[in-house]
Design a protein around this ligand. Structure first.
Ligand code: ZN
Length: 267
């Protein structure tokens, strides 16, 4: 496997970054790029789908190790995306449902509730930057994902509040009773990835696979093997959707994500 450094590939016209979760991989990926960031090194895997170029980054990967959600280096990953000149990100997540979504269906969240507590969640510890979160997920990327899922006749929910918990444990029944009043699905990796992307004025949207009912809402306890089994079963459909999405991706972005951080207003 040939490894290229980031400076070799800048300006090579990557359209999109896919940040993948557990068990996520793309077929036909050859070689990798090592991107050095102020927060650590990230390995990105370039791909070419129907002439559209992108990179895939596995957020849990650290050499041979599998990082738990609270130990993922979110800042390095998002910085690496921007370092490669990429403006648009699709995040692949798995979630538990608090609202009875069918297991194996997809959810395109349109808002987020951040219940994490120990993660580095900003690039700006040295100055005050208030990033706008009125429309946290890019409406254009969401629209394109939605059209793709409709065309592919894959079951999905358009919209919903993604609640991000700290993990790595699953939630308690009491927590889910509370969170279900405010949110639709619950996962552990959506934040601070999303807000970091907005701090760099990137477009960001998420496609979530529903792997289980949240704690207390299904039969018995939740197991990691149940989650992985559902992901494996839905992997083919997810890939089909993503490849079709990449093909339909607009040439240029025409949304307001590029203005998410108003640098002129920094304090
Ligand atoms: Zn956007």
């Amino acid at each position: 496997m040939r490894i290229r450094r980031a400076e070799e590939v800048q300006g090579s016209g990557f359209d999109i970054a896919l940040i993948g979760g557990v068990n996520f991989s793309l077929p036909g990926v050859t070689g990798s790029i090592v991107v050095e960031t102020p927060f650590g090194v990230v390995r990105a895997y370039p791909f070419d789908v129907h002439g559209r170029k992108g990179v895939m980054i596995s957020r849990h990967a650290d050499g041979q190790k599998h990082l738990p959600p609270h130990m993922i280096n979110y800042r390095a990953i998002v910085w690496a995306v921007a370092e490669l000149g990429i403006e648009r990100v699709i995040s692949v997540n798995s979630v538990g449902t608090m609202q009875g979504h069918p297991i194996g269906s997809f959810v395109l969240p349109d808002d987020v509730l951040d219940m994490t507590r120990s993660r580095e969640s900003t690039f700006h510890n040295d100055r005050t930057i208030h990033v706008d979160m009125t429309e946290p997920y890019c409406p254009r990327l969401r629209e394109c994902l939605r059209d793709t899922l409709v065309k592919k006749e894959l079951g999905f929910a358009d919209g919903g509040v993604y609640v991000c918990t700290e993990g790595p444990r699953f939630e308690t029944r009491a927590e889910i009773r509370m969170l279900s009043n405010f949110g639709d699905v619950v996962g552990m990796t959506g934040m601070p990835e999303l807000v970091l992307a907005r701090e760099l004025n990137l477009c960001y949207a998420s496609i979530c696979t529903v792997t289980n009912n949240a704690c207390g809402l299904g039969d018995g306890k939740i197991t990691a093997s149940e989650v992985v089994r559902t992901l494996q079963e839905r992997q083919e459909s997810l890939l089909e959707a993503l490849l079709s999405f990449i093909e339909r991706l607009p040439e240029k972005r025409d949304c307001n994500c590029m203005y998410a951080t108003d640098i002129d207003a920094c304090l």
